[in-house]
Design a protein around this ligand. Structure first.
Ligand code: KG4
Ligand code: ZN
Length: 334
């Protein structure tokens, strides 16, 4: 029996229908409205989710060829994320589940990024090491079961995606900056400027991206507006290489510390081609399988929430009517 999953933790309104680990539909409506502000405006995101939630759910059901009557449960992202945005998804899920007396599966967004790797084709079974790199988080996760992960290391300041988005903005690119920065970097020379690969001598598994961002600020200031525009491709390539270099070196360090049988990725930054290639090469060197989850399942989507929800304890009607979303707090970790 199919499960409906809803994800609205940030600026993408997402719904998916799953049958076990099989994705029957996965609809993502990205809000372009935020581009003019250069970042996600929480209140604008909530209002757009309100407008988009019903059509996106309808599209997911239609794509999967099912109706509300066919569903056996409703999964929804409970947090972490933007509280107003989360509440729209949670209210939508309750409104669908309650009249049908369906169970509700409140799901952790970060566990969703991990669980994208549990989906068909080629589902990955724990244990494995997962690098979660998104707009809000950068975490090395030790995944030993389907329900949770251990935080082995995480960023001390900015998330990788947050730093990338800020760099893209400095280079005059749109929002979200990741895909545009990657495109621009492809024609640049990553060696043209020297960017610090932070934390490379740090023996731990933490990350730091704020120094890299500051380095770009100073380089752009020295180049001036025209110089920055002229050298934008080289700057993008150098910045991207420094982010990827740090992420990959910490994956290597985590593999030194523990013999993980496989490596996986999750989060929007994991859609980055050079990062995927670098982690793939590292795994090849070490003879460890690398699970290459599709790019569409790396950036926010509801299929990953449906995947994680399969391992969540269901809440029954009417208990979930008082269940609340959370902006920060449990991150799926232990
Ligand atoms: O997981 P996600 O979709 O949303 C959050 O949970 O934050 O991640 C969004 C982040 C943004 O910072 C975006 O710029 C970045 O992922 N991103 C990328 C790429 N695609 C998305 N970063 C680098 N290269 C990409 N191709
Ligand atoms: Zn995410």
């Amino acid at each position: 029996m199919p499960l409906l999953a809803i994800e609205t933790s940030c600026d993408d309104t997402c719904a998916a229908v799953l049958d076990g680990p099989r994705v029957l539909s996965n609809v993502i409506s990205s809000q372009s409205e935020h581009e003019r502000y250069g970042g996600v405006v929480p209140e604008v995101a909530s209002r757009h989710h309100l407008e988009l939630a019903v059509p996106v759910v309808d599209a997911a059901l239609a794509d999967a060829g099912v109706t509300f009557g066919d569903l056996d449960s409703v999964a929804v992202t409970a947090g972490p994320g933007l509280i107003g945005a989360l509440l729209v998804g949670l209210s939508t899920a309750k409104a669908i589940a309650a009249p049908r007396r369906l169970p509700l599966l409140p799901t952790n967004h970060l566990q969703g990024h991990v669980a994208a790797n549990f989906l068909e084709p080629d589902p990955l079974e724990p244990p494995f090491l997962c690098l979660i790199a998104s707009g809000g988080h950068t975490i090395l996760a030790g995944v030993r079961d389907h329900q949770s992960f251990e935080i082995l290391g995480e960023t001390l300041d900015d998330a990788a995606g947050e730093a990338i988005d800020k760099a893209a903005r400095m280079l005059g690119l749109g929002f979200p900056g990741g895909p545009e920065l990657e495109r621009l970097a492809a024609s640049g020379d990553p060696e043209a400027f020297s960017f610090p690969v932070a934390m490379s001598r740090d023996p731990g598994l933490g990350f730091s991206f704020s120094g890299l961002k500051t380095a770009l600020v100073y380089i752009c200031r020295d180049l001036g507006e025209d110089g920055t525009a002229e050298r934008a491709a080289d700057l993008a390539a150098g910045f991207q290489a420094a982010v990827v270099g740090q992420l990959v070196s910490k994956v290597g360090r985590a593999l030194d510390a523990e013999a993980w049988p496989a490596v996986a990725l999750g989060g929007g930054v994991a859609a980055n081609g050079p990062l995927r290639e670098a982690v793939s090469s590292l795994c090849e060197e070490r003879g460890i399988p690398f699970k290459e989850v599709s790019r569409e399942l790396c950036t926010d989507n509801a299929a990953m929430i449906g995947s994680a929800a399969r391992f969540v304890d269901p809440l029954v009607f009417p208990d979930y009517l008082s269940f609340d979303a959370f902006a920060t707090g449990p991150r799926g970790g232990r």
